[in-house]
Design a protein around this ligand. Sequence first.
Ligand code: NIG
Ligand code: FE
Length: 413
Amino acid sequence: MRLVLTHIARLLMVEYESRELVAGADMEKMHVRENAWLTIEDGLITGFGEGEVALLMDDEVLDCSGGMVIPAFCDSHTHLVYAGSREKEYEDKIRGLSYEEIAARGGGILNSAALLSSISEQQLFEQSLPRALEIIQSGTGAVEIKSGYGLNTKDEVKMLRVIRRLGEETPLAVRSTFLGAHAFPAAYRPDPDRYVKLVVEDMIPAVASEKLADYIDVFCDRGFFTVEQTRTILEAGAKYGLVPKIHANELDFSGGVQVGVANGARSVDHLEFVAEEEIGVLKKSRTMPTLLPGASLFLGMRYAPARKMIDAGLPVALASDYNPGSSPSGNMELVMSLGIMQLRMLPYEVLNAVTLNGAYAMGLEKTHGSVAVGKTASLIITKPMPSFGFMPYAYGSSQIDRIILNGKIVQDV
Ligand code: NIG
Ligand code: FE
């Protein structure tokens, strides 16, 4: 049976020839169909056009009554599998401690690791599932989720199994990333290279033997993993087919962009510290620069220079970084608003960044992130809006009316 969407005021992100990503000046451009319809069969988009559609006897019709239709969000960087929460640390921060000072005291990532090791895989799943369901209700259809709060082989594997299960038991398209190199456990502080050895010799083979990860990540930044350590880990991952998607340049100019690109990273993420050199390196690559403005908002830190990057011709993806320490929100409508308010991106640049470019950043650009025949029917129907720019502009109030994932209407939006 077909599902037919009718009376779509504007159908956005339309493609006749599929693109991998959108870069530079093209990010401001948008292919739109006015007063449109769209058909869905077996979970896929099968057609769309303008004006009236010829309906068949047993079509299920969904009248969009003047709302717009956009692809569901592609959130390419999250850590939404975690235990407990860290709002107490935020109070420490209000009292004046920095993110790095909190981490140095055994707070931060190590605090989350201690909480995670104290619960079972089933409990971790039960704590994480509501967050996955929450992002579905917020319009996300595809998501990348990282490990990195295990920091030992057993708990990293536990996290990755939970990530896999979220992909199996929810309608989300899930990509998983192994982030054993997220922080040094206290016991390894005197000899951090010993931890790198554990990641390389024990964790990576264990993760690969269960095929638990698509990507490999390293937190390459001041006070965390050095460029040398990052290279060692990425090279070890490559032997098992793990493609890099790394954390770089959040706290300083770390060399993370360079080592990521040199190792064929699918994306390099954060990039609050980016200058001409990094832009030049990215320009010569196929790596997606991914910005996480929610972390800048929550930590009160600088924002990535999105305008400079796009004006230099680069593509940009935006993601939520949903995690307990630096961005406890997976709300992509808020990320879009930060895109216009803080990154000075234009509304259509933001839409490209949270859909097709996000899909590319997790290797899902062939199936997700735009409206094209044959792509997965994961779509957002908005409330009636005067223009698309209203969606990020009306920050804090959702413009989502209905959500369709894999061709099925999501209930209770
Ligand atoms: O992307 N920067 C490193 N990792 C996360 C934060 C993790 C945490 O504080 O729990 C991030 O911001
Ligand atoms: Fe992150």
